[in-house]
Design a protein around this ligand. Structure first.
Ligand code: F6R
Length: 612
């Protein structure tokens, strides 16, 4: 949520900052701004605009900043305090205009700080919580910018990732982190900062991730990290392993479509080297669990938000079915408030594509406090949840830029399936059962490729239903989480009201809403639930609801009652959710495209929800 970028080097900063903002637009896009520090004597120039980064580029073109400025920071905003407007857009300035800050996160005690500063004569230009930071830094009489920032932060309660520049320290950027990610890097004689390392791909040769309580001082080509108490801190630097092409659209109309089509490759990367066909098990070294650790687990709690939650529900079914370990899912936002029962033999599996979701992170911390074995399943390497959990599985799906999660979901399902296999083979699955599992899971990339080959067909079905106002998605067993995920995909990118239900739940209330204008997407691939699903579909048809079926290739029974069938190849039901969800993603994508919606940046949403 919100993006921070910064550059200080021997070349103009503005092009870097603007292109970094473009790469991070998916984190927030209701307004954007830059602050450039340069000139002689040095001064700060800010430009801000409502809307996306193109609006900011137009603003900069209309009122150019000093093109030679070699130090700058930028921000793309997802509004929390104060509506999207120029005055609320970051950067924010100190009263004398000599300090500029950008901020991600929420300052909980901003009202109190603002009142105190106002009583001293400070006048605020925005409605944001962030502006108090610029005013506080300006109040400090400490000798260095870093110390002034540390002093200011000593009054702040809440979460922040900040970058600060001062006209009195040209060429320097001070950054700090508490609860909102910050990566710093160097390359080509410059130093740079971003809230998302993907923005540094192809630019930073190496990066370091700040921990909470770190303050870093960036000068051209170097940075040093200190604690808030101003003692030196060492943070490991590593090469940035993100392909710059993965953060570009590569000829696709939308990132979401590109990421949908990347799924066979993402799954291959996720499964590579981890499935052991001969032993019929999985190798997941990052879990650092031996057979005795696995044997002593008494229960599993999976926790996550949104799409990751639905992948987690799939995992719960798999843990119980294949590993025989009692498992349940907890909404991450509830975890620390509900005070759930966690024991030392509980494994808490936290799922997060970004690894930065505030509620999931809070659940991880609470579970650690309670002594659970915490395992993470994250996509973003080096993300806070992955680092704090200390053990886990990376998805290796590559950066996901489209706000609607796609390739992360299928890889989460694959990663959880591998965990269920490993736990199952340690506890109760035979070698034969394990080998059959490996074979089925290893086919996932090909199953997805087969669905992608039907893209045109799916687009035609979407065309018939593009004007719909409401829709239901129904499934049973592993297709239940898939139904929830399909409905979420449709609603978030096309703004069609869609509800996912367990198929059996329909007649306990929602069936009252069905009529000829409310299509039902029925997930009916082969498997133990197919026949019962067909019964549920008949109930929908009896209410005249149009049915769109996602079914196994050649299922004549399904064809007999609807022509809108999206076929997936035959496979066991626990794997079928993967191609079924890909079919749902394409359906949602085409409905949104036909309705002309901004698919990669749906209104009100942002990638990586770093506020509670
Ligand atoms: C929906 C979507 C969100 C995220 C949720 C959790 O398409 O992307 O529902 O799944 O915000 O995000 P992560 O997985 O980053 O914790």
């Amino acid at each position: 949520m919100c993006g921070i970028i910064g550059f200080t080097g021997g070349s103009p900063a503005l092009p870097f900052v603007l292109s970094g903002l473009r790469r991070m637009e998916y984190r927030g896009y209701d307004s954007a701004g830059v602050a450039l520090c340069g000139g002689s004597p040095a001064k700060i120039e800010i430009r801000r605009a409502v809307g996306n980064v193109s609006a900011l580029e137009a603003e900069v073109a209309a009122a150019p900043t000093d093109p030679a400025a070699t130090c700058g920071i930028g921000h793309t905003r997802w509004a929390t305090h104060g509506a999207p407007s120029v005055k609320n857009a970051h950067p924010h300035l100190s009263p004398d205009g000599r300090i500029a800050i950008v901020h991600n996160g929420i300052i909980d005690n901003y009202a109190e700080l603002r009142d105190r500063l106002a009583a001293q004569g400070h006048v605020f230009a925005s409605e944001t919580d962030s502006e108090v930071i610029a005013h506080l830094v300006a109040e400090s009489e400490a000798p260095t910018l870093a110390e002034r920032v540390m002093w200011a932060l000593s009054f702040v309660r809440g979460t922040y990732g900040i970058a600060v520049v001062s006209a009195d320290d040209p060429g320097m950027i001070v950054v700090a982190r508490k609860g909102s990610p910050i990566a710093v890097g160097t390359g080509g004689g410059a130093s740079m900062v971003a809230s998302d390392p993907a923005a540094l791909a192809g630019r930073a040769e190496s990066v370091a991730y700040l921990d909470d309580g770190d303050v870093a001082v960036l000068t051209p080509g170097a940075f040093e990290v200190r604690s808030l108490a101003n003692t030196p801190v060492s943070r490991p630097c590593s090469p940035l392993d993100i392909d710059p092409a993965s953060v570009e659209k590569g000829g696709y109309e939308h990132f979401m479509l590109k990421e949908i089509f990347e799924q066979p490759e993402a799954l291959r990367n996720c499964l590579r080297g981890r499935l052991l066909p001969d032993d019929g098990t999985a190798k997941l070294s990052g879990l650092r669990l031996g057979p005795r650790d696995i044997a002593s687990l008494s229960n599993i709690v999976v926790t996550a938000c949104g799409t990751s939650y639905y992948a987690g529900l799939h995992g719960v079914y798999a843990f119980e079915e294949f590993a025989g370990i009692p498992a349940r899912i907890e909404q991450a936002a509830e975890f620390r408030y509900r005070n759930p029962i966690v024991t030392p033999d509980t494994a808490l599996v936290s799922l997060s594509q970004s690894g930065e979701t505030a509620d999931t992170l809070a659940a991880v911390r609470e579970a650690k406090r309670k002594g659970a074995l915490v395992l993470s399943v994250c996509n973003a390497v080096g993300s806070t949840i992955a680092r704090e959990a200390g053990r886990g599985v990376y998805l290796h799906a590559g950066p996901e830029i489209g706000v609607a999660s796609t390739k992360a979901f299928v890889c989460q399902v694959a990663a959880l399936s591998m965990m269920a296999l490993l736990f199952g083979r340690t506890r109760r699955l035979s070698g034969t059962e394990g080998r059959a599992f490996v074979k089925a899971l290893a086919s996932a990339p090909d199953l997805v490729a087969a669905v992608l080959a039907r893209n045109d067909e799916i687009a035609r079905i979407a065309e018939k239903h593009a004007a719909v106002r409401d829709a239901f998605y129904i499934g049973r067993g592993y297709q239940h989480p898939a139904a929830l995920e399909g409905a979420l995909k449709l609603k978030e990118i096309s703004y069609v009201h869609a509800e996912g239900y367990h198929a059996a739940e329909l007649k306990h209330g929602p069936i009252a809403l069905l009529d000829e204008n409310v299509p039902v997407v029925a997930l009916v691939p082969q498997g133990p639930d197919r026949d019962k699903m067909l019964g549920n579909v008949q109930e929908c048809r009896a209410r005249k609801a149009p049915v769109i079926a996602i079914a196994t290739e050649g299922d004549a029974d399904v064809r007999s009652f609807t022509e809108d069938v999206i076929e997936v190849p035959p496979c066991p039901d626990f794997v079928a959710a993967i191609p079924v969800v890909v079919a749902e993603q394409l359906f949602a994508y085409h409905v949104a495209r036909l309705r002309g919606e901004p698919i990669d940046r749906p209104r009100n949403l942002a990638k990586s929800v770093t506020v509670e």
